[in-house]
Design a protein around this ligand. Structure first.
Ligand SMILES: NC(=O)c1ccc[n+]([C@@H]2O[C@H](COP(=O)([O-])OP(=O)(O)OC[C@H]3O[C@@H](n4cnc5c(N)ncnc54)[C@H](O)[C@@H]3O)[C@@H](O)[C@H]2O)c1
Length: 445
């Protein structure tokens, strides 16, 4: 039986709200503090500020144990203070810790001992700096634990409640035991270690997941040249129990708020410490090029893209989220616009109107593909599984599908009358496709 504690959470983003909601589900009392008034007002009114399956239900079910505030002073009686603020990249690729420092500035000064728990992803060595900063502020009764978070957007609640492991890094074993007890009710291996190792576990995990994706993408690119099918290759390789099938799907590359910044932060951390992390440099470069290969594939079929209309299907960096941070769709769409193409986008939940000002965001897939010279699948939304339909073919100016997620059956797409090009799969013949209307007509329609 969980002993109920009171905890404060800094940050009402993906990690903060999932952490708060799930700890409330485990029986704790939670106060979530953010600095954005609209965000707190929305939460107080029962509205989630972003799309995340199951989270609205968890927050509603536990509303009596969760409150939301702008006032950090309300966290003064909390037993643990979870830091879940953003740590975006700086121009140099290092992690920007300014939001972490601002949370430290806001720590309430109380009489009781509190434990500061770092869930934000931070560079190795941050724990040491935070401890020094706490001492410099005279907050000697505040303990420190690193407890990195491994949830994935789209499945965040499930991931939090059923994690593969919980990592707890602490200098003081009592602080570690306290944080471990907060999770009682969740059955999973606990990795207890020092703070620096806990910080490194998170960075290394994300770097390795990204490496797997860049690796299979490189295999896919070679498959295209030598006539192999990466889907079969990935299946055959992934069934090896030493390797496993996860994060081994070829596509247009990884995105999201974490991989890019964490891989870059680890590379910079190594560089700042005097070590050139060659492998990660390649992992990042492969990912950048992978997004751009879509443009080359379109040009192979359509020639110059100026004046062509391209439907970009799926904007979120992955399905079941509306998160656009570092989404491949933004790079692909921006490249298309730079080439002079007209870009029509569609996504069931993400809104990219602000970020892609030159593109037209459509409400339906059919609207997006109407009069298009090609449709590019960028996010593997279920709604796109039926894309190779008669209705879509009739709506398009040219029946070309570039499947950036290998979502469709190539044979079925071709039988339905489409020229089809996936990633690491045999492509349709390289002929320039016939046009069914004048380009000018289509651009203006
Ligand atoms: N999103 C993920 O999938 C994920 C998964 C694992 C780890 N992480 C890490 O967790 C951290 C948070 O990520 P996120 O996606 O939840 O970020 P987010 O941008 O969605 O949310 C951060 C929130 O913190 C708030 N904030 C900033 N300064 C604050 C302060 N002083 N006090 C209170 N609130 C403050 C912001 O207003 C924002 O609402 C990052 O370090 C990220 O790398 C994220």
């Amino acid at each position: 039986m969980t002993e109920s504690q009171t905890m404060g959470v800094f940050g009402a983003g993906w990690v903060g709200l999932v952490t708060g909601g799930c700890f409330a589900e485990l029986g704790h009392h939670v106060i979530v503090r953010d600095v954005v008034p609209d965000r707190i007002a929305a939460l107080q009114a029962g509205r989630l500020p972003f799309h995340e399956p199951d989270l609205p239900e968890v927050l509603a079910r536990n509303h009596e144990r969760i409150r939301y505030t702008l006032d950090a002073g309300e966290l003064v009686d909390a037993d643990a203070l979870f830091v879940c603020v953003q740590t975006p990249p700086t121009y140099s690729g290092d992690a920007d810790l300014s939001f972490v420092w601002s949370a430290l500035d806001d720590l309430p000064r109380g009489e009781r001992r509190q434990i500061l728990v770092m869930k934000s992803t931070v560079p190795v060595g941050t724990g040491e700096k935070v401890r020094a900063a706490l001492e410099a502020r005279g907050l000697t009764n505040v303990g420190y634990v690193s407890n990195p978070e491994f949830l994935a957007e789209g499945t965040a609640v499930r991931d939090f409640m059923n994690p593969d492991r919980i990592v707890i890094g602490a200098a003081d074993p009592q602080d570690a035991a306290f944080v471990e007890a907060l999770y009682s009710g969740i059955e999973t291996p606990i990795v207890q270690t020092d703070v620096a190792s806990a910080e490194m576990i998170k960075l290394a995990a994300n770097a390795f997941l990204s490496t797997r994706i860049s690796f299979i993408n490189e295999i896919a690119n070679v498959c295209e040249l030598v006539g192999a099918d990466v889907e079969s290759v990935a299946q055959g390789v992934g069934l090896d129990h030493r390797l496993g099938p996860h994060f081994f799907r070829a596509g247009v590359g990884w995105g999201g708020s974490c991989f890019g910044k964490d891989v870059s932060a680890l590379k910079q951390l190594a560089g700042n410490s005097g070590y050139h992390f060659q492998l990660l440099a390649a992992v990042i470069e492969v990912n950048e090029l992978q997004k751009r290969r879509v443009i080359a594939k379109l040009e192979k079929h359509l020639g110059k893209l100026r004046g062509k209309t391209i439907a970009v299907l799926g904007l979120a960096f992955k399905p079941n989220t509306d998160d656009l941070r570092d989404a491949p769709s933004l790079v692909i769409s921006s490249r298309l616009l730079a080439e002079g193409a007209a870009v029509r986008t569609w996504d069931p939940v993400a809104d990219a109107r602000e970020r892609l000002r030159g593109a037209t965001q459509c409400d339906t897939v059919l609207d997006a593909v109407r009069d298009a010279d090609a449709a590019v699948i960028v996010t593997e939304w279920d709604e796109l599984r039926g894309l190779a339909s008669e209705e879509v073919r009739a709506a398009m100016a040219r029946p070309l599908i570039i499947d950036g997620r290998n979502l469709l059956d190539p044979g079925a797409a071709r039988r339905a009358g489409f020229a089809y090009e996936g990633v690491g799969r045999q492509s349709s013949a390289f002929e320039t496709l016939p046009e069914t209307a004048e380009p000018e007509e289509r651009v203006s329609s």
